[in-house]
Design a protein around this ligand. Structure first.
Ligand SMILES: *Cc1c(COP(=O)(O)O)cnc(C)c1O
Length: 391
């Protein structure tokens, strides 16, 4: 239907047709839980809204087109999407999982799926020889995030896809940080792309949602079955909200990237900053792979502030444009302290091993004027240095 169209066009039109009844150009929010049937079993494609809903179908079609996928399956949260993918495996199966995946994803592996019987190994996908060595006969899935969170490590999707293929394992890439505007995992050989639509895809910090995209008919059928059977479905209103947010995804991502580049350079020149983690900087170890597999390095930056917890606390408290909050990908800028906030569920040992220390801060660069964002960071630096002097 949208054959050959480019991403910015797909954001606005894919999966959506003017309403055949009224001609409304925007997708109606169909709140009905049930649909009339002409006779038993004779319906127009929808019988009950957990099994299928027209607003949800529009969202699924749009997200699938953006990821270059045949199938889209939407969920009520990124975690519900993740759980459905893992439930498509069987007890006794084994998964190789990135060692700095989203905290909630780690929690599903560790506290939900492990008791259920799913084995998993966490590792750093930078060392491909180690990845190959970690494959077991029971390894049915490889799961990773790139860029990762919060260290913004970059992993080579095509190289890991080759390992997964050889092992006969399904390869899942959580594409939440990059979005299909910047990276399309399925084009690079991944079997499945998963999203928290809560972040950039909706983009306005007013919905929690998730989605799974794939070209594999059998996997899609299984996920539709789990969507209907386990029931972690998004509301029609939330589907509409994400569709609305998606319309500006292209312009938003271009500005997120432009502003993040400017701020990453500013941070990398600042005397109070010990290290900046941003894939767009030539100093980033994943810079070349990012340049190859991404159309832009994204809108997330992490950095190590000198002075540890005292400095980072003063820094965050002084900010006036950046809000001190978890999450990411909205129009508004956010700053957070991973060790205390988003990554508190990791034990201190694991945090240290990943480099998540007391001076590490993570920024989600929003769409405010970048000069105001830079001034705000400088306000934070001034407060951090006074906090250290007054000790
Ligand atoms: C937020 C997030 C999730 C979980 O999504 P929810 O919508 O919060 O359930 C999964 N992966 C990544 C990379 C995320 O940032």
């Amino acid at each position: 239907m949208n054959e050959g169209q480019r991403l910015d066009t797909l954001c606005i039109h894919a999966g959506q047709e003017p309403d055949p009844i009224s001609g409304a150009v925007m997708t109606p929010i169909v709140l009905a839980s049930t649909f009339v049937q002409d006779g038993p079993g004779a319906h127009k494609g929808y019988d009950y809204s957990r099994a299928g809903n027209p607003t949800r179908s529009a969202l699924e079609g749009c997200l699938a087109a953006l990821e270059g996928a045949k199938h889209g399956v939407a969920f009520g949260s990124g975690c519900a999407a993740t759980s459905a993918i893992l439930l498509s495996l069987a007890p006794g199966d084994h998964v190789l999982c990135g060692d700095d995946v989203y905290g909630g994803t780690f929690r599903i592996f560790d506290k939900v799926m492990k008791p259920w019987g799913l084995a998993s190994t966490s590792l750093d996908f930078a060392d491909l020889a180690k990845v190959e060595a970690a494959i077991r006969p029971s390894t049915k899935m490889i799961w990773l995030e790139t860029p990762s969170n919060p260290m913004l490590k970059i992993f080579d999707i095509a190289a890991i896809a080759a390992i997964a293929k050889k092992a006969g394992a399904m390869f899942v890439v959580d594409n939440t940080f990059a979005t299909p505007m910047l990276q399309r995992p399925l084009d690079l050989g991944a079997t499945v792309a998963v999203h928290s639509t809560t972040k950039y895809l909706n983009g306005h910090s007013d919905v929690v949602g998730g989605a799974v995209l794939t070209n594999d008919d059998a996997i899609a059928e299984r996920l539709h079955f789990l969507q209907k059977s386990v029931g972690g479905v998004p509301s029609p209103f939330d589907c509409y909200m994400v569709l609305r947010g998606l319309k500006t995804l292209g312009v938003r991502m271009r500005q997120h990237v432009a502003s993040a580049r400017t701020l990453a350079e500013h941070l990398s020149r600042h005397p109070q900053v010990e290290r900046v983690f941003y894939p767009g900087l030539p100093s980033h170890p994943g810079h070349d792979v990012a340049a190859r597999q991404m159309k832009g390095p994204g809108g997330m930056i992490s950095f190590e502030l000198a002075g540890g917890l005292a400095a980072s606390t003063a820094f965050l408290k002084a900010l006036r444009v950046f809000a001190c909050a978890e999450s990411l990908g909205g129009v508004e800028s956010l700053a957070e302290h991973p060790a205390i906030m988003t990554h508190a569920s990791l034990d201190p040992e694991a945090r240290r091993a990943l480099g998540i220390g007391d001076g590490l801060l993570r920024l989600s660069v929003g769409l405010e004027d970048v000069a105001d964002l830079r001034d705000d960071l400088d306000r934070g630096f001034t407060a951090a240095s006074s906090a250290l002097k007054s000790r």
